[in-house]
Design a protein around this ligand. Sequence first.
Ligand code: XLS
Ligand code: NI
Ligand code: NI
Length: 442
Amino acid sequence: MAYFPEIKKIEFVGKQKKSGLGFNYYNPDETVAGKPMKDQLRFSVAYWHTFVQEGVDPFGVGTAIRPWQKFKGMDLAKARAEAAFEFFEKLGNPFFCFHDRDVAPEGDTLRETNKNLDVIVSLFKDYMKQTGVKLLWNTANMFTNPRFVHGVASSCNANVFAYAAAQVKKGLEIAKELGAENYVFWGGREGYESLLNTDYKLEQDNMGRFFHMVVDYAKKIGFKGQLLLEPKPKEPMTHQYDFDAATAINFLRTYDLDKDFKLNLEANHAMLAGHTYEHEIRVARTAGLLGSLDANQGNGLLGWDIDEFPTDLYTTTLAMYEVLKNGGPHKGGLNFDAKVRRSSFEPDDLFYSHIVGMDSFALGLKAASRLIEDHVFDDFIDKRYSSYKEGIGADIVSGKADFESLEKYIIDKPESEIGGKNRSGRLELLKDTLNHYIGLEA
Ligand code: XLS
Ligand code: NI
Ligand code: NI
């Protein structure tokens, strides 16, 4: 059956036609920075937000009208899968992402749960073959069930560790079966509330052990996808172990996992950590650990993860700037870890929300590509640091200088030769230029 009978395939309509059910900027086959847009952006739809959540908030039940809601149990799981692939074909996203528990209900034992999963995975396999839609990543939901109350690999309960191991083992097998490009770990319950009852060192060490088992098993079964860690600073736990990109990188290096894992970075999580999205991406990129992106946005007025669809062009431009500087998305992509607002409860809103997200990133990509092509920031930054290209600066960079030689060089210099050499950072000028580049593409 058709779940979105009123909707036809969403087409690129160009700039002249304003909004509606068409793309103003996302033109999948148009070349930007040497590659078709679809390969630069690698958009993915998040199964949980689009086909599962129903607009619940802490004060009220769901508001969403979803034509598959009339089914229950495995029938609901099958209906969702059918609706999902109809949606993907109409939207034209090349990828999707899911948690194991989004796609099939839990049974009484893990064995039964896995059986339910197998049914849906084989359905997915057929649909993927028919439509050409691919799996950007799958992941294990190890945060909803009450068994994870004290954590997962960091739980004080060893049987929970064992359960999680078996759950992820199955997840990796599914990833292999469906040809996933990546496999993600978001440690929602990996953290602690208070040190009064927490063995911090054992919890971290156990997480290290868990991830080594992941690496070993992925190798054993020949899973070729990239393993990814997704940082988040708070919510649900007070102290999340993977606070932000820098903290997660330190964890990976401490446990000798940085050759096998990269990061999946989310805009709203960056905001909760007190960072911009581009900061998080830059930190990962310079460490050689940029894996993939969860595309959404937060609200600076709120202190929690609201997973709004991305519409902020500054952020999409600066995020795509980092991606292009990283040589493109590689195995990663842009997964819309984003949900329609509770008041946008009609099925059509699922299309409008993805369209604005895709257009915002397409425009950001084009602006970023031009900024790079014209060396706008590169030339400015190059000049700003030019004192390190010759003389004493070159000695510092090459390692020739030491405290004694630096003292000898500077000790008798007048202040006009020291502070007097500073020049304006020209931030307002640069922002004006950035606005101009976004405006050129809009
Ligand atoms: C939650 C996370 C989650 C991960 C996948 O805040 O963003 O959605 O992306 O488990
Ligand atoms: Ni996410
Ligand atoms: Ni999130």
